[in-house]
Design a protein around this ligand. Structure first.
Ligand code: AR6
Length: 169
């Protein structure tokens, strides 16, 4: 039900890939840039119609030229030392992504490590939140059958595998 892979999230053939977006939803660097490049300009056009998204929330669009059917654009917090509601906001963007996927009857979803690049969230702390939020959500009534954590580097794979071993089942 939960898988960890190393790779580029834009190549995943799933119902939805999650984007680590910003509040404008108009693209950027990192995984956001890669998703927009691979999806093509139609994605930006749909994103413009959404008029942004608050930190901790998410929005769904089509996947256009991606193998994924949809993109769920989640806005993670910028790390400011951990005392500015960063843990709650990070958990919220994972939860909102899963809720939106469920509302749309999606069965498979792939997540990047939201906020751990440009936004500076410590990878270990972020992985704890990602796992806790996803495992908790999977206890609820949902259409989702498969969650894939897509790690961009080997260090993150090792970290996520350690968390998966520790997770209650
Ligand atoms: N596939 C999977 N993971 C990736 C990929 C990829 N193709 N590319 C990068 N990563 P970041 P953030 C990993 O910076 O910290 C953008 O400009 C990367 O190694 O993409 O949430 C947005 O527009 C890291 O672990 O997102 C926002 O302004 C993780 O994805 C801002 O950056 C997230 O890194 C969001 O920052």
């Amino acid at each position: 039900m939960i898988h960890i892979i190393r790779g580029d999230i834009t190549t995943q053939s799933v119902d939805a890939i999650v984007n680590a977006a910003n509040t404008s939803l108009l693209g950027g660097g990192g995984v956001d840039g890669a998703i927009h490049r691979a999806a093509g300009p139609e994605l930006l056009a749909e994103c413009r119609s959404l008029h942004g998204c608050q930190t901790g929330d998410a929005r769904i669009t089509g996947g256009y030229r991606l193998p994924a059917k949809h993109v769920i654009h989640a806005v993670g917090p910028i790390w400011r030392g951990g005392t500015h509601h960063e843990p709650e906001l990070l958990a919220s963007c994972y939860r909102r992504s899963l809720e939106i996927a469920t509302q749309n009857g999606l069965t498979s979803i792939a997540f990047p490590a939201i906020s751990t690049g440009v936004y500076g969230y410590p990878k270990n702390k972020a992985a704890d939140i990602a796992f806790a939020t996803v495992t908790q959500f999977m206890e609820t009534k949902t259409s989702i059958q498969e969650v894939i954590f897509v790690c961009f580097d080997e260090e993150s794979v090792a970290l996520y595998e350690q968390k998966l071993k520790q997770a209650p089942r």
